[in-house]
Design a protein around this ligand. Sequence first.
Ligand code: GLU
Length: 545
Amino acid sequence: MDYKKIAQLLYPDVTETPEDIFKRYPRRQLKEGQVVTRFAPSPTGLMHIGNFFQAFISYNLAKNSNGILFLRIEDTDEKRKVKEAKAVIYDVLERFGIKFDEYQTLDGKDIGDYGPYVQSQREGIYKVFAKKLVEEGCAFPCFCKKTEGKEDVLKLRETKFYEDDEKEYDPCRDLSYEEVKKHIDNGESFAIRLKTKNTGKERIKFYDLIKGELEAKANAKDFVLVKSDGIPPYAFAHAIDDTLMGTTVAVRGEEYISSTPAHLELFEALGFTPIKYCHNPLICKMDENGNRRKISKRYDPEANMMYYFEKGYPVDSVLEYLLNMINSGFEIWRKNNPDKPWQEFKFGINDITAVAPLFDMVKLNDISKNVIARQSGEELFANWLFWAKEYDAPFAEILEKNKAKFTKVCAMDRDGATKPRKDIYNYSMMKDNFDYIFSRPTSYELDSADTDKANEFLSEYLKTFAMPSSNVEWFEGVKALAEKLGYAIDNKLYKQNPDAYKGNTAKACEFIRVAITGHKNSPSLFTIMQILGEDEVKARLSHKF
Ligand code: GLU
């Protein structure tokens, strides 16, 4: 067969050889154990948590091995909407602090020696390798219309070229030079397909860094390497790019396991050493029937990474939660190291879970409460304001105008507290949580059976009320009045004989708390009173339930 002549007919303008290209992409000089890895998102318009999960794993593998992390935009399928969609990816990565050693800036400047880091700018490179494969008889042009997609497969299935279901040989795989020339002279476009060496009977073994050795049916399909518009789908572009860019470990979703045999055949045809794959499990959710399903952007708002910003989760909460999913050892580490930054938790490839993690909002909130509890009042205020500026601008103005007051609000039961309150897990809940600071309560969490007692206690309390100057003074004042009005100040006595009292001191405090905040639970009442000021406190205490 005149493979060389066919290749020349298809790619008359391609003059470079793979060797020329390799000269532009020299092998990276790495130290023992250094990982070169990448995040290779397709710009779809949103960042899915599953993709971000891969980015975060890759980020840690590179960081923990003093290796290299690069960003490659895989936009061969998404050409039209690339610009905005790319911005979404960059925005999310930046907000989460995922920094790359090599990437292309949004305005198109390559940082690093292995670019361009955007696939649509690498078409010239792909052609060189496509030409080489055709020259060697490992790939061939296919002129069937609609060479991709289901219709095509159906059409091909009807032809006698299929000997059995095990393999999918393409009708064009053995076209002669003359036949190819005829198509080309007709001005027909062509796809390039791999000419598989397999017959459909072979099996192959391959190694996955998370799952260990896997065995599967070898590829026996003449799958498409370059589409008729000249653009390579994932497999071909990935094999070339990861090889040229010197990737040592590719972290990608488990959904790629089934096509790994095809990828490995392609690496072999190209004469490349296969890279190491790390197929990470997909994040799941439990459905109503108790079955696991993949977390999906259609049904689960939390599948979109922007969700966490909109809700105001601290970046560290989300990252710590993901670490927890990657390796359950993180939870124990965190318990033993409550104050250390998560960056000090180190893990390697062998520590990545092989089991699909289950997304659990309660767990995320729990982690987040702890993350927020570690912030000082000032930090919390700054983070709250930062969030509000983007998602609740009118409220951000109020916060800014009352900075001193709200910093105090944020510091309540926090600065200097041995056990800081853990009731806040995102910044969007703070407005509701501290609603009583902004305005008088409109509803009161008081048990209806307590109405008369509360009214009596509060009107007595108000008669002698003066702003307390310390927590102790405040509490002593409440206790004295409670005792006078028939409340037990010794809880033990109260428990032994509750009917002998109107309630205990805690009950009396509850009346004051509900009158001032509307809630049965709140941070230190003394501090709240200081923030509200005497007139406001008195006005609230005079409320009649
Ligand atoms: N663009 C592919 C994706 O987003 C990348 C897969 C890979 O990391 O190799 O699924």
